[in-house]
Design a protein around this ligand. Structure first.
Ligand SMILES: CC(=O)N[C@H]1[C@@H](OP(=O)(O)OP(=O)(O)OC[C@H]2O[C@@H](n3ccc(=O)[nH]c3=O)[C@H](O)[C@@H]2O)O[C@H](CO)[C@@H](O)[C@@H]1O[C@H](C)C(=O)N[C@@H](C)C(=O)N[C@H](CCC(=O)O)C(=O)O
Ligand SMILES: Nc1ncnc2c1ncn2[C@@H]1O[C@H](COP(=O)(O)OP(=O)(O)OP(=O)(O)O)[C@@H](O)[C@H]1O
Ligand SMILES: N[C@H](CCC[C@H](N)C(=O)O)C(=O)O
Ligand SMILES: [Mg+2]
Length: 516
């Protein structure tokens, strides 16, 4: 492709250098540049891509796009034979240019896929995976992009980010188109919406799951966090979505509804809301461990649903996924047929194998906000209360993330558990014991005493053993916060770590001790 074609959709302040240059790819990270790439130098929060233009040129970059005038002026003098473009000042202009160039370079795959995008604090990963499975049940092939995995048709890859940069999204989309995919299902994190990593992606169906506290380290206020999420329903540089799917039971439903276009079709789902407020409803919900039954009531009638997922939050995730599938042309009858075949999502209420033999249940769950933890604890109580079992909760909080959720998670855990084991999550650059102290502060009552029973064990491996050894028959042990994650991240090193594997190992040891 020619340079002029690659930047045809980009708003430039100034260009310089030759116009007939062959462009073979595009990159935003100098370390990934190969000969022929356009390098887009963007300012960031940690560093500045403009510092790395020389590195990119040394690797054979065919052209440089920058969001900084000094870089542009300096390159004009130092590299007069290089194709250059200056886009508006600042990282937003850089990210927009990156998206526009990537769409051109990858042949506009975003125009060839029906895009379903999911935002909200909790439930995005689950909802995307359920939506993909529903579509697959009627023979559609999808691209999936989210926290745990990337799917390109039948191929499964690890995911580095919940929502990658536009360049990477568009590359995956192009591979999906080549593999015969007709739809794409993706999570859109608030970071990505705010940073416009999803610039000009034409979302056909936009889903809102819920909004509760998280990420205030980044967004600072709930209003700004909500505004970032609302951008999905407005369209980020693209026309507003054709269909919006909203959780009518969430207090932020109206906020998201306001952002949509006047012509958008609105599908509101819920369990609690009145019929007038929610036109897609779960009625007569029966929750069991490992199975949930209800009627999916729609404007066209109702169908009976049986699905092998546990808990009320998954009824919401199913409703969201079912609405999206219907918006893409599936019938409710097809959805009812597919429901029993849905797969459990890794690390979301995942029951650890071997726990049944121990006569108690060990569950790994990705709850890492106070709302998710509260929902998890309610579910755990529902499951153990018929036979008088206890709830033992293990969790920690991630470093370099929202600090204000730490005491809130501490309070919820202490109020709703019979025993809490406070430990480390991913400490990242922070001191693990300082994070734990902030959690424990939330467990303190007005008179200075602590609510509930808790123990502190900073080492997550040892803590898992403490929690499981404390369990008696009929109890449930919740290992919260890390879900599917396969590593633990410390300041200067990352180690392999897997809650499910650690729990299985302890259960095996216990079994061995019992047999001895
Ligand atoms: C806060 C945040 O979102 N940061 C992301 C953002 O960083 P940034 O804009 O500050 O960029 P930077 O690191 O300062 O670098 C500036 C530029 O220099 C480039 N660079 C840098 C070094 C180099 O040698 N050469 C080079 O060219 C970088 O590629 C970049 O283009 O853009 C970077 C490039 O894509 C991301 O790696 C980085 O993710 C960081 C690591 C991160 O932790 N992000 C998290 C918070 C995040 O985005 N999470 C959400 C999910 C949240 C959820 O699921 O609830 C997600 O969507 O994944
Ligand atoms: N609809 C929901 N409402 C509230 N909590 C939920 C919901 N769905 C899942 N959860 C809880 O949130 C946790 C994370 O779920 P999931 O991974 O699907 O969400 P996510 O939005 O993708 O999270 P992240 O932003 O961290 O990737 C689950 O383990 C569960 O505890
Ligand atoms: N994807 C989310 C959740 C991380 C969960 C927890 N394990 C942590 O590391 O904080 C984030 O980046 O905030
Ligand atoms: Mg996710």
């Amino acid at each position: 492709m020619q340079w002029t074609e690659a930047i045809a959709d980009v708003t430039t302040l100034e260009t310089a250098g030759p116009s007939s240059v062959a462009v073979t790819g595009v990159q935003y990270d100098s370390r990934r540049v190969v000969a022929g790439d356009v390098f887009v130098a963007m300012r960031g929060g940690t560093t500045d891509g403009n510092r790395y233009v020389d590195a990119a040129i040394a690797k054979g970059a065919s052209a440089i796009v920058t969001d900084t005038r000094e870089t542009f002026n300096a390159l004009k003098v130092a590299h007069p034979a290089l194709a250059l473009a200056l886009v508006g000042e600042g990282h937003t202009a850089g990210r927009r240019a990156l998206a526009e160039i990537s769409a051109a370079v990858f042949g506009h795959p975003e125009q060839k896929l029906g895009l379903i995008a999911v935002t909200g604090t909790n439930g995005k990963t689950t909802t995307t995976l359920l939506t993909e499975q529903l579509l697959r049940s009627v023979g559609r092939r999808s691209v999936l992009i989210g926290t745990i995995e990337v799917h390109v048709g039948d191929e499964v890859r690890e995911s580095p980010h919940t929502t990658p940069e536009s360049r990477d999204v568009l590359e995956i989309f192009a591979e999906g188109v080549a593999a015969g995919c007709t739809e794409a299902v993706m999570e859109m994190s608030s970071h990505a919406l705010d940073q416009e990593r999803v610039w000009k992606l034409p979302v056909d169906v936009a889903i809102f799951t819920n909004l509760t506290q998280d990420h205030l380290d980044y967004h600072v206020t709930m209003e700004r966090y909500a505004a970032a999420k609302a951008r999905l329903f407005e369209g980020v540089g693209a026309p507003a979505p054709r269909v919006v799917v909203l959780n009518a039971d969430d207090p932020y439903c109206a906020r998201m509804a306001q952002a949509r276009s006047d012509t958008a079709q609105v599908m509101r789902y819920g369990i609690e809301a009145w019929v007038e407020a929610a036109n897609y409803r779960a009625v007569d919900v029966e929750l069991h461990a490992g199975e949930t039954n209800f009627f999916l009531a729609t404007p066209k009638g109702a169908v009976e649903i049986t699905m092998p997922l546990t808990g009320r939050v998954n009824v919401y995730n199913f409703l969201a996924a079912a609405c999206a599938a219907m918006a893409r042309g599936m019938t409710m009858e097809e959805i009812a047929v597919a429901a029993p075949t849905l797969k459990q999502v890794p690390g979301r209420f995942e029951v650890v194998a071997g726990s049944r033999e121990a006569n108690f249940t060990v569950v790994v769950d990705y709850a890492h906000t106070d709302d998710a933890l509260k929902n998890l604890l309610i579910l755990a109580h529902d499951l153990v209360s018929p036979h008088g079992g206890n709830v033992i909760t293990l969790f920690g909080c991630g470093g370099d993330r929202d600090r204000t959720k730490r005491p809130k998670m501490g309070r919820v855990a202490a109020a709703e558990s019979d025993l809490v084991v406070v430990t480390s999550d991913n400490p990242r650059s922070e001191d693990p014991s300082a994070i734990i102290q902030e959690i424990v502060t939330g467990m303190m009552m007005a008179d200075g005493s602590y609510m509930g029973d808790f123990v502190v064990e900073e080492d997550r491996r040892a803590a898992i053993e403490v929690a499981i050894r404390a369990a008696k028959p009929g109890d449930i042990v919740l290992l919260a916060g890390k879900g599917h994650e396969k590593t633990q991240i410390f300041a200067d090193h990352t180690v392999p770590f897997d809650d499910v594997a650690e729990a299985a190992r302890v259960l095996e040891t216990l079994q061995g001790e019992q047999n001895a």
